[in-house]
Every structure is written in C-alpha cells, then in structure tokens.
Ligand binder design. Structure first.
Ligand code: MN
Length: 413
C-alpha cells in the first residue's frame, strides 16, 4: 500500500516505477525522475531529503551514471523507492519532490551508446521475405540459428514527441531505368521494443544468456522509422543504412526489467525448429532453449495513426529473447557501453491486424487501409502522427504501462 492517492490498478503503480529524465519550468536542469501514477518524483532531491546515500547518480542529465552502477544499485534503488512510497513516515520529506506529469518536460532518458536493431519476429521476417523476395524461401537460412541484426545510428535516436522531416534519398523501382533522388514515397513505421543496457564490459568479454540480467536494465517502446524505397535500393549486400538512420524514436520512460517479472514467458518453438548453439541457451530451458533465463516477454502493443488504431502486435510471438540477443551481440568479444540500446525488430503476429509495419499492413503497398477520417494509407503522409503504446501483465492481475512513443512526419527539408 502506498500513501499516495493512487488506484491499485493504475498502470504506473508501485509495481512499475519507470525511470526517465525531466525538467520543470522553475528548474530547467535535466535530472532523473521516476513516474508513479501521474506524478514524477525528483529522485536525487528525494534521496537527499530522505537520507538515501546512493542517489547522486540521479542528479545527472541522463540515466547513464545510474546504468553504470550495475544491477545491485538498480535493485537497491528500486527497493528504496518502494519503501519511501509505501512507508507513510517518508511522506513529509518525499511528497514535496513530486511533480504533476503535465507540468514537466520529458527528455531523451539515455545518452545512447551503440544502437543495434534486430529482426526477431518470424512473422515479420516471413512477411518481408514474401513481399521483397517472392521467389526465395520466406525466412533466410540463418534466421532460426542466430538473431539477425544491424548497427543503426545512435545519434538520431530521439525521445517521444520529437517530430522529424521526411527523409530524401536514392530510390530505384524495378521498372525504373535509373535511380532518382527525392523525398521518400514509402515512409513507414516499425513497432518494436528497445532494450537499455548498463554495466559496461571490456573488449573480449562475453555476456552469457544467464549473465544477461546483470546488463539488461529496462525496456522502451521504440519506433524504427523506415524509408522502404531507400532501403530496397541500398540494402544489398550490407543491409539497412540511410533508409533507417534518419530517426528512431523511443518512449520517455524506461521500464525496469524488474517490473516485468510476471510478463516472462517461454519463447514460441515448434516441432522441427533447430536446436540453438549452446551460447544461445540459458539454464532451465528445454532442448530448443525456449524458457528459463532465455524467456520471452508477454507485452501487448497498439499502434495509432492520427488517432486510428491500425494494428495490435503481440510481443509474445518473438522468436529470440532479449537475453539471447544480448548474448549474441557480445559473443565475438564486442564490449558493451552504458546506454547501449538494441531494438527487437518489428513485432508482427500471424494475423493481418498484428502486423507492426505499413509495409505489411498494406502488403507492399498493394492493399491500402482506411483511417477513421476516411483517408486511406499505404505509407505515411506528411503530418501523420504515429503513437505506439504498450503494456504488460503485472502481479496479481495488474497492468504495467510501458508508456508511449509518439512522432509526427514533417515535410521534407
Ligand atoms: Mn527495425
């Protein structure tokens, strides 16, 4: 029970406690806050007032110093927060450091280290295969043996609410005699989750599936804006580049992995799926490495375009788990930095209304769909606003809100 006036079923209750970076009009200095209900707690100040000695990292303008402290600091911080928000004896010193959510400005929560994006949905990968490569097998031959990814551009990761200009670039359709340059005409979304990493490692060090919990700090909702026409022309043979690097949006709130314990589920595996190599297996898992420390997550997403919900992807169908993706990322000895971010890849399910991109929703542009205002879409128009929201099951039937990631397409520059 909390001394806050907070309904027990609030999606930002004490079981959640996501971290972000905020400022206020009265104090424009950026600092770390935690969302509880519709309030934001100024953590460093509350820690100082309540005599918590480890709150110094929270006065930073990003979560990175806190991420650097590692898993013991993350769990002590969470335990302290739970205590001061539960024990009424702290109310007097803590309450004055709470700000109404509507009166704060939220900023990018992390200084993004390296950014990687994966491709972990079999339904998405198969759909893209059928659309882009109809004469080849839907899934590449390596797909069930390793989580496929590419390195993205960390400098263009932006916080929810940041609008961006339609990118320009080269494109060449199959019928075009030569490439042309201009604004993308196939601008798309990718509804994903992103995982925030802490506890830097040295080059040569590997993080195992079992060891990943010490480095996986939390989850953001992520929109990997994608220019399909630029991507289709540039991606062979080295993968996505300018079709992706112009903007990637993340939610302002980072939900700790500790808040998602009730959302852990076995990965989907079918008869005939290959056994993964030992480094991609956790302990307590079956032969295909589908549970235990390699568990997946039961997270529900919703994508709205100008207020119309166009799809509801389910994260539970993702083939590779966050722990496996982290283990794969470091198996060659690549080091981790505090603030590293990796995306899951577009989340798509088996049915048409669980597809996490316009590419799939419009089946390569051949099946337009309608919004509530009567307009139709194949890809994004200038002025379109996309909002991706997500939630997960919490303890005792509660919901853990993962917040939202919003962004609007501005005309090309
Ligand atoms: Mn992506």
């Amino acid at each position: 029970m909390t001394w806050l006036d907070l309904p027990a079923d609030h999606p930002f209750g004490l079981g959640n406690l996501p971290y972000g970076v905020f400022s206020t009009e009265a104090d424009p200095e950026r600092r770390v806050g935690v969302r509880v209900g519709d309030l934001v707690l100024d953590l460093a100040r509350a820690a100082a007032a309540a005599g918590y000695p480890s709150g110094g990292a929270w006065s930073a303008p990003s979560l990175n110093p806190f991420l650097a402290q590692g898993p013991d600091a993350w769990s002590s911080g969470r335990a302290w927060l739970t205590e001061v928000l539960t024990d009424a004896a702290y109310r007097g010193v803590v309450e004055r450091h709470l700000h109404p959510l509507g009166q704060v400005t939220l900023h990018l929560p992390i200084v993004v280290g390296d950014y990687v994006d994966y491709y972990a949905s079999a339904h998405h990968a198969a759909n893209v295969g059928k659309i882009f490569r109809p004469d080849s097998p839907a899934l590449p031959v390596n797909w069930k043996h390793l989580p496929i990814g590419y390195h993205g551009r960390s400098g263009t990761v932006v916080v929810s609410g940041t609008d961006f200009h339609r990118p320009s670039g080269q494109r060449k359709g199959p019928q075009d005699p030569a490439p042309v340059f201009g604004p993308s005409i196939r601008l798309d979304i990718e509804a994903e989750l992103g995982f925030v990493v802490g506890g830097a490692t040295a080059m040569g060090e590997r993080v195992s599936v079992d060891g990943s919990a010490a480095h996986l700090f939390g989850v953001v909702v992520l929109n990997d804006w994608s220019a399909r026409d630029i991507q289709a022309w540039e991606y062979v043979p080295l993968g996505p580049y300018l079709g992706k690097s112009f903007a990637t949006s993340i939610s302002a709130w980072v939900t700790p992995m500790a808040a998602l314990q009730a959302a852990r589920i076995d990965l989907p595996r079918e008869e005939g799926d290959p056994e993964v190599l030992p480094y991609l297996r956790g302990t307590g898992t079956g032969a295909t490495g589908s549970g235990g420390t390699a568990a997946g997550l039961d997270v529900h997403l919703e994508v709205a375009v100008n207020g119309t919900v166009v799809t509801r992807p389910e994260y539970r169908g993702m083939y590779w788990s966050p722990a496996q993706m982290l283990a794969h990322m470091t198996v060659n000895g690549a080091s981790l930095r505090d603030g590293d971010l990796f995306g899951s890849g577009t989340i798509s399910g088996p049915s048409p209304r669980e597809r996490g991109s316009f590419l799939e929703l419009s089946w390569g542009g051949t099946e337009p769909f309608a919004l509530a205002d009567g307009t139709i879409r194949t890809y994004l128009e200038d002025g379109d606003e996309v909002v991706v929201t997500a939630w997960a099951p919490g303890l005792d039937g509660s919901r853990i809100g993962l917040g939202e990631v919003a962004g609007r397409v501005l005309p090309t520059t």
